[in-house]
Ligand binder design. Sequence first.
Ligand code: URA
Length: 209
Amino acid sequence: MSQVTVIEHPLVQHKLTLMREQERSTAAFRTLLREVALLLAYEVTRDLPTELVDIQTPLAPMKAPKIAGKKLVFASILRAGNGLVDGMLDLVPSARVAHVGLYRDHDTLEAVQYFFKAPTNLEDRLVIVVDPMLATGNSVVAAVDLLKAKGARDLRYVCLLAAPEGVKRFTEAHPDVPLFTAAIDEKLTEIGYITPGLGDAGDRLYGTK
Ligand code: URA
């Protein structure tokens, strides 16, 4: 069973509430998602290894910590994942970005792949998979299957909102991948929406219907 962390920081919870409200504009939703992504990235990276390096301050030389090892990869599940990646890149501008294009077949709710592009040497990197909504779990399970097939071994998954059904499916499929979310809602509707949720994250982010 993967480790599941619910990020209860008051700023995360406050921003999530604003995003849930149906009258929130597209522009405000996008800004809030970017802000909340930065806070989620802070939590998911809090145990990254550091190493002491020699630096010179204006006053004196010292040994000071820097993040050690290879660059991070944020793996965005298109298209709503991009809304989270933007905020995460504000915090970790040197990270690499992978894109996984999956759409949900509206009849079967299964994930269908249409695009994949990732940095090289995934086996040496920490790959943080991002997709705001963990609903059935089909998309993220397929995305992690794909990333593992391309070599990724050290993965984490960050979403904004999860349904209990998606948490179960993901943790059973990928017990080695820690899951981070701001909230676990009540359930999925018959058509695969998280309820109470916030609606379709991609539509709310890009102003589509
Ligand atoms: N994807 C969304 O954007 N919203 C949901 O509620 C479920 C899946």
